[in-house]
Design a protein around this ligand. Structure first.
Ligand SMILES: [Zn+2]
Length: 185
């Protein structure tokens, strides 16, 4: 995924394909909430199919409330915050590293250590976490450069913010990053 340009607005839906964790019903989506330091990671996780809130402003206590009420796994680089989550029985993963690839590997190891099975849903909008739907090329004629339209066949649009995505030149890099979440990478 891809690239974008946007306008319109629709409603969101729950992910169609499920994702699961050991503490939740099998096949329930793994849903994350990432703290303020992990915005870039949050955007990648959305593209990989994880319903992810990026919590960039506000109190840690509110973040923990949100994680608890929505059953989201907290992603943070702050060990003290992770311990606060643990004390409230909120699953949290401590993310190490400054590069995205290292952070994704760190996420995988932290999930393994806690017995959390990562299962993804369909790719989501990296900007706003909305669901994506197929968008016919004919509807994009006035919104995308002709070269892009002619070189690509599949386009997706965010149902919330209207961003349009396609498998552009950074697709390979994104796939490479996505593989950091897999066991044998
Ligand atoms: Zn969006």
């Amino acid at each position: 995924m891809i690239r974008r340009q946007g306008s319109s607005t629709l409603l969101s839906k729950e992910p169609r394909r499920a994702v699961s964790s050991s503490r939740r019903r099998t096949h329930d989506p793994t849903r994350f909430i990432a703290d303020a330091m992990l915005g870039s990671l949050a955007r990648k996780l959305r593209a990989f199919g994880f319903d992810t809130i990026y919590y960039k402003d506000g109190e840690d206590s509110t973040l923990l409330e949100l994680a608890a009420s929505e059953g989201r796994v907290l992603l943070t680089s702050d060990r003290a915050l992770s311990e606060r989550a643990d004390n409230r029985r909120i699953m949290s993963l401590v993310i190490m590293g400054s590069k995205e690839s290292k952070r994704l590997v760190s996420l995988r190891f932290a999930a393994d250590a806690k017995g959390l099975v990562l299962v993804r849903g369909p790719p989501r909008c990296s900007l706003c976490n909305g669901n994506l739907e197929r968008s016919p090329r004919s509807e994009l004629a006035n919104r995308l450069p002709a070269g892009v339209l002619s070189r690509h066949r599949l386009f997706y649009r965010c149902v919330l913010c209207g961003m349009v995505y396609w498998r552009g030149s950074h697709w390979k890099k994104l796939r490479w990053l996505e593989k950091r979440l897999e066991q044998d990478s």
